[in-house]
Design a protein around this ligand. Sequence first.
Ligand code: ADP
Ligand code: ZN
Length: 433
Amino acid sequence: MKFYQKDIETMPVDEIKALQSEKLVKQIKHVYDNVPYYRNLMDEKGVKPEDIHGIEDLHKLPFITKGDLRETYPYGMLAVPLSECVRIQSTSGTTGKRVIAYYTQNDINLWEDCCARAIVAAGGTKDDVCQVAYGYGLFTGGPGLNGGSHKVGCLTVPMSSGNTERQIQFMLDLKSSIICCTPSYAAYIGETLKEMGYKPEDNFLKAGIFGAEPWTEEMRRDIEKSLGIKAYDIYGLTEISGPGVSFECEEQTGMHINEDHFLPEIIDPDTGEVLPEGTPGELVFTCLDKEAFPVIRYRTRDICVLSRKKCSCGRTHIKMLKPSGRSDDMMIIRGVNVFPSQIETVLIKEGYSPNYQIVVDRVNNTDTIDVNVEISPEHFDDTVKAITQKEKQLESALRDMLGIGPKVHLVSPKSIARSEGKAVRVIDKRKLH
Ligand code: ADP
Ligand code: ZN
């Protein structure tokens, strides 16, 4: 089994575009008729549903931002009667007040199809045992992959996140072959396996499907080594449905966007202007099929690049490269833009574990940046001199990457809290002053 929905996943690009156009025209009418908040935005911009003939007219429509969703909380964006909805999910609240998304049964169905496509792309079949170690509950990770795993016909192990030793016990006893969780939790499971005395080849896992937070290629290789698997990226957000908005195939050169359901654009985050394919910018999505909570031109604040380069897997859907981070993750330190992912790349390249924390502060009107990294257990007993030398070496590697010099502190193994969901990498104390 190579595809979950072959006809759609390998559809010629001009047919996909025609399908998107047809769906967009219907969707805009649905939203205009049923969501007064968006109707007002369209009226203010002087655009009517009749002006939208296809995807070429998309740029005429107003954007929706997280601010709009917070303003209309809890029911303002609903496009069907509440009695038609069967579920809510909510964002993790990583960057502020949570947003609630609503689903009809059909919305759930399509979302689970997207997750099933991702599982099949990672090599999943009905013979696999799929352990879902994303959190269950309001967070979309657990329920989304759970539904996808059922659709593929895997034996689904709904572990949720946490209780890591029990997680590992089930993984070994049930011979789990696929694991789904955040990359930071996957790293923690790998670390715990080792501590429990297991080697990577002692487990039965072949693939992992990891997402919901940014992670670097260096972290991917680290996880692949510690679990003895191939690690696949999956992307999504609650506002658009959840995980499975896009997913990696075996080629692993970006994630195919399920563009029969989600129409992507890249815009300049400052001007809102649509940028040509291949240019980095803010990712924007329009939901083409969603009934209950169909956001139009939703600004994700995730920064990435789209590419329609032909893929060896046979899928024709456009790819997005790994998001380099959210525009609101970006730290401005003494006027220089710094992403946590740049720091992670250097740390892992220099042989450290992905357990780190970045502390930003302002002292005497100057920004400071401190990076706390765990020293490996083998080096824990090194002399103070040797440790100071390691810190200096890391500081210099970070300075080369970032253009500014952070202060590095090597801290004792296990002293930085492990994450079972999305890791908190940055503590910005400047906001507290
Ligand atoms: P919140 O925005 O509160 O964290 P969600 O749980 O819906 O709520 O998270 C969606 C966000 O998670 C995305 O907008 C993106 O920033 C991040 N994300 C999800 N998957 C990935 C991934 N594979 N790579 C990088 N970032 C991701
Ligand atoms: Zn592909």
